[in-house]
Design a protein. Sequence first.
Length: 145
Amino acid sequence: MSGYTPMLQQYLEIKAEHPHSILFFRLGDFYEMFFEDAKLASRILEITLTAREGGAAGKVPMCGIPYHAADSYVAKLLAAGHTVSICEQTEDPSTARGLVKREVVRTYPRDTWRLPRRYLKLHRCLASCGRELRLSRSGVHHRLD
């Protein structure tokens, strides 16, 4: 992983923990996807594939979506048979020293798309209560420590 910027190193470390998910990586007001996730997601979501300077490694493929529109994009990826993990900034960027801490806070298994969209929103709301939520028939799982 050397040769990448610190932010991309952080992305790759988190992605290594969720290799079978398309990782929505929060950067400000956007969820960004990089490398193979970006290529795949841009094709399925019909969004622009671009590139970001990656450090000594050169430019890396990238695409992104506004965070407030994530539900519809997640639903499209789930319907296409993919698992999606949501990686949030877990500290305030204005007070962070160095790189902002991030961690995966939600994972939607590929079968989740069968749930009505309102359940995806309910899942997100209940998750903010700080409890673990499981809907065993759907495979939805969320954990907050």
